[in-house]
Design a protein around this ligand. Structure first.
Ligand code: NI
Length: 159
């Protein structure tokens, strides 16, 4: 287990499309553990593999206040999205900028979990926002590409 360096905006690897994971190998399991270590170390609520320099379709998320609800999504696929919310987003790869984006309020996502078992996640609000933000990373998209305006209140506070 280790904290890995996070690649920052301007780094070309963040603009690549990541590949699917075809099998659960020890390397994939180690990567997932390192992604959690890295995310918690930096007080993030989500992290995608390309942010640590690995172009694989793997996401980790934990929106709970005390690291109690770790979620792993491998090869996530959005099967339903509905409604709309205006979010306020930041990103470990985009230091000191926050922005408002339009995201679906409700999403249903199919994926594999850390045991490579099929799961379906039904998410609303904050979790829906995080899932969509992280899936964007797998396609080379950053929140600053889609933000409707900078969230200057949060940017000024450097939350
Ligand atoms: Ni991000």
């Amino acid at each position: 287990m280790a904290v890995r360096p996070v690649h920052l905006i301007g780094d070309d690897i963040l603009r690549e499309v990541s590949s699917e994971v075809n099998e659960l190998t020890p390397e994939v399991s180690a990567l997932i553990e390192d992604m959690f270590d890295t995310m918690y170390d930096k007080d993030g609520v989500g992290l995608a593999a390309p942010q640590v320099g690995v172009l694989r379709r793997i996401i980790v998320i934990d929106t709970s206040p005390k690291k109690k609800n770790p979620i792993v999504l491998i090869n996530p696929e959005v099967v339903l999205q509905e409604g709309e919310q205006i979010t306020s987003e930041g990103c470990l790869s985009v230091p000191e900028i926050y922005g408002k984006c339009v995201r679906p309020e409700h999403v249903v996502v199919k994926a594999k979990d850390r045991n490579f078992k099929e799961i379906t996640i039904d998410a609303e609000g904050l979790l829906a926002k995080c899932i969509m933000h992280e899936i964007d990373h797998l396609n080379g998209v950053l929140f600053v590409d889609i933000m409707i305006e900078e969230d200057k209140d949060r940017t000024a506070k450097k939350e």
